[in-house]
Design a binder for this molecule. Structure first.
Ligand code: AKB
Length: 339
């Protein structure tokens, strides 16, 4: 039990949660509560005040957290990613949309209870975009936030809808009620590109081919890439993604011209990644075995994004470009990971 201003992180055992807990736990003034279906990785648990193993679809569990803690920051990372969502679209809707609604209702209750706006960070994705064909994708180049919002996956549709849901809670919630209810949630959102971590290998995503290729080479395992060599979408190193979350959530709201922001760092083709991986791991066994359906999802995502709003409004400044992401972060740390 703690009435101390606290942070709630859902999906904390996932790739992004790992790095976020490391950074947020450096500030002892705001203890961290985590909620995930899976227990936290060894060592991470010691960095949080309380670890709940359970579901964002469990209202009693959220009521218990509401009763025991005073949360004024929510990082809602729990989600089913794009590939997994295509095999279970109804479950994906339940987790990605109903789960997010549960967390928005939780944050609204928290804000009404302690009186301070609850900063609610929501990770959206380039999956919210849908480019209709290769020529349009090439012509579109670096897309802006309000362009091509026609997702072709359940995950992308979920993410786009939850962006609007968050904006509603932030600005228009129960707008017909006698006294104003909106403004208890300070909703902030980043549309992430593909993310590459040296510490974890993703599962269930469609951008996974880049991290999978790197980790397989380091483990001396054969890797058959499921997209073509010329498949191209934006990526970012995980430390820069975590840094972006912390910068956006710390920014003065008056500086924010939008609720949803693009961020990007580099946009290599699968073949360009292969060349870098082969230089680092000359014995790498990399081939291409096209999965036309998954490749079509990647083809519908933009070749790159225009992140000028994030750079102007809250100082997005990724540390890693393509060369340094591999040379300074991924390769050295992945080598260490696999000995
Ligand atoms: C996925 O591949 O589903 C995610 C994403 C791009 O949001 N990594």
């Amino acid at each position: 039990m703690s009435r101390h201003p606290s942070i709630l992180i859902t999906g904390a055992s996932g790739e992004m949660g790992h790095g976020l807990i490391d950074r947020l736990s450096q500030n002892p003034d705001r203890p961290i509560i985590t909620l995930d279906l899976n227990p936290l990785p060894p060592g991470t648990g010691a960095k949080v005040r309380k670890e709940f193993v359970g579901s964002i679809l469990d209202p009693q569990l959220l009521d218990r957290i509401h009763a025991e803690y005073e949360v004024d920051r929510v990082f809602h990372l729990a989600a089913l990613l794009s590939t997994r969502s295509e095999f279970s679209p109804a479950l994906a809707h339940k987790v990605n949309v109903e789960g997010t609604l549960n967390l928005l209702e939780f944050a609204q209750k928290e804000g009404e209870s302690h009186g301070r706006p609850v900063v609610f960070f929501y990770p959206s994705s380039i999956a919210a975009y849908g480019l209709p064909d290769a020529a349009t994708k090439t012509r579109a180049g670096r897309v802006k936030e309000d362009e091509f919002n026609f997702p072709t996956t359940m995950y992308g549709a979920n993410k786009l809808y939850c962006e609007h849901l968050g904006r509603y809670y932030d600005r228009h919630f129960r707008q017909l009620s006698a006294e104003p209810k909106a403004g208890k949630i300070d909703f902030r959102c980043i549309r992430f590109p593909g993310l590459i971590s040296a510490d974890t290998v993703p599962s269930g995503g469609t951008s996974d081919y880049v991290p999978e290729m790197i980790h397989a080479a380091a483990e001396r395992k054969a890797y058959a890439c499921f997209v073509q060599p010329d498949a191209r979408i934006p990526f970012m190193a995980m430390p820069d993604a975590v840094d972006a979350i912390l910068k956006l959530t710390a920014a003065d709201k008056s500086r924010l011209s939008r609720v949803v922001y693009n961020i990007g760092a580099f946009a290599p083709s699968a073949g360009e990644v292969e060349a870098i991986v082969r230089r680092a791991f000359p014995a790498a066994d990399i081939s291409y075995k096209l999965d036309a359906k998954r490749a079509a999802i990647v083809a519908s995502w933009p070749a790159d994004v225009d992140d000028s709003a994030a750079r102007t409004d809250w100082g997005l400044a990724p540390r890693y470009d393509l060369a340094s992401a591999f040379g300074e972060y991924l390769i050295p740390n992945i080598r260490k990971r696999y000995g």
